[in-house]
Design a binder for this molecule. Sequence first.
Ligand SMILES: Cc1cc2nc3c(=O)[nH]c(=O)nc-3n(C[C@H](O)[C@H](O)[C@H](O)COP(=O)(O)OP(=O)(O)OC[C@H]3O[C@@H](n4cnc5c(N)ncnc54)[C@H](O)[C@@H]3O)c2cc1C
Length: 431
Amino acid sequence: MNPRPLPTSVAVIGGGLTGLTAAIRLAGLDIEVELFEAAPALGGRTRSFFEPTMQQQCDNGPHLLIGAYAATQALLREAGADQYLHWQPSLCLPLWDARRGHFHFQPSSKLPFAPAMLLAAAAMPGHGLSSAIAMLRLAAALQRSSAPQAEHVAGWLKELRIPGQLVSDMLEPLCLGAMNEGIDTACPLSFKRVLKESFAGRKQARLGWFTAPLQTAMIEPLARHAEKLGVQIHTGHRVRQLEEAAGKVIVDDRSFDKAVVALPPFAADRLRNRRTTHETRAITNIHLWLHQAITMPAPLVGCIDGTGQWYFDVSQQWGNATPGKHICAVISADAGHRESHELIELCLHELSLLCGSQPQLKHSRIISERRATTLVRPDHAVQADVTKNIIDACERPAPGQLPATIESAVRRGEIAANCCLATPHYQRYPL
Ligand SMILES: Cc1cc2nc3c(=O)[nH]c(=O)nc-3n(C[C@H](O)[C@H](O)[C@H](O)COP(=O)(O)OP(=O)(O)OC[C@H]3O[C@@H](n4cnc5c(N)ncnc54)[C@H](O)[C@@H]3O)c2cc1C
């Protein structure tokens, strides 16, 4: 028997992925759920907007998924949105640099997965046997339960004697992409977890992307699913009051049994009148619309030592459903040193080398999300502001936890929903 009754009403504050997930999970148990979102539309950091010059939807930034995003896949399937996900049949990481041109990290699907990975590393130009042996050492390190002793990823890779070429071609870009932080400062324990989950097997080790804008592919289906389950959604409502009183939670003069705080940490700290100390990093997206349909060799290309670290062929990813060519260059952990016109010129030049033809620019838009992700830091473990009835679902990754991603947002939403209940109902994907 359930020792405590279910709460009858829960306020979810924040309408990004974390809040939407928590709301869906709670409403699925017949709990009255109201979701408050400050912006006019849901989505938070996974949002789309209408680009007037091009008369089409555009995402703040393209989002990449990996096969290990189990909680996200389950949620999207449930909301009937998995039709908008494209998965590579098996891992293929297209890479490019000015010296070697195009090459791939592509484990053969005809071989067992582990040897296929080693051979794929050896087959990259400039690699060979030393990279294959290093992959073996890395794989063995991922199997060990002991935590890396090094302070940062760079130190850990050095301890494992991973050759510089393998670091700069694969591990550094993966670290930047997954952790939004360079190897010199990123947490090795969390990076180890990312690698372990990402390369656990053939199914996990593949990339996925959305075939439509984030709003269509993810946020609208999740919002419809939430409303179908009875969630009352209030957009354009910035919550300004959150406190516990007489066993209830007061949210802007309304009383609830519990509240889930699903905000970026700085916004949560502001709401609770706390000083925020979370370290964040920017991601800059350089959206380029071109006159002619130049051909990128793959829907996504990693550009080693490039200004744009990843080039997303958005048109190709969306099935060329919109007129013209839309390419987005992504800079993770962007320090923001360069002017917009300089960024556009550098990316157009890189694109001309990458595609072998001169792109003709029609329109551009740079979106720099200053607080794109909260970095993995040790003090986050103790910073969550949890009381009996106010549940903190904010992005505060601690060492060993997954970095800030779509998947960790969904997992936090589910964990927060479980925390509202006496007996957890949802499978707990660990953070
Ligand atoms: C440019 C960019 C690229 C990214 N790329 C990837 C990627 O490729 N793969 C990946 O897995 N992840 C990626 N991420 C990370 C991912 O988008 C985030 O980790 C995730 O969306 C965070 O969701 P959230 O719900 O926790 O927070 P948010 O999406 O920030 O949602 C919080 C919501 O709270 C609202 N809010 C704030 N204050 C209040 C208030 N007082 N009252 C009510 N509402 C309030 C905000 O408006 C917002 O909608 C990327 C992020 C960015 C910015």
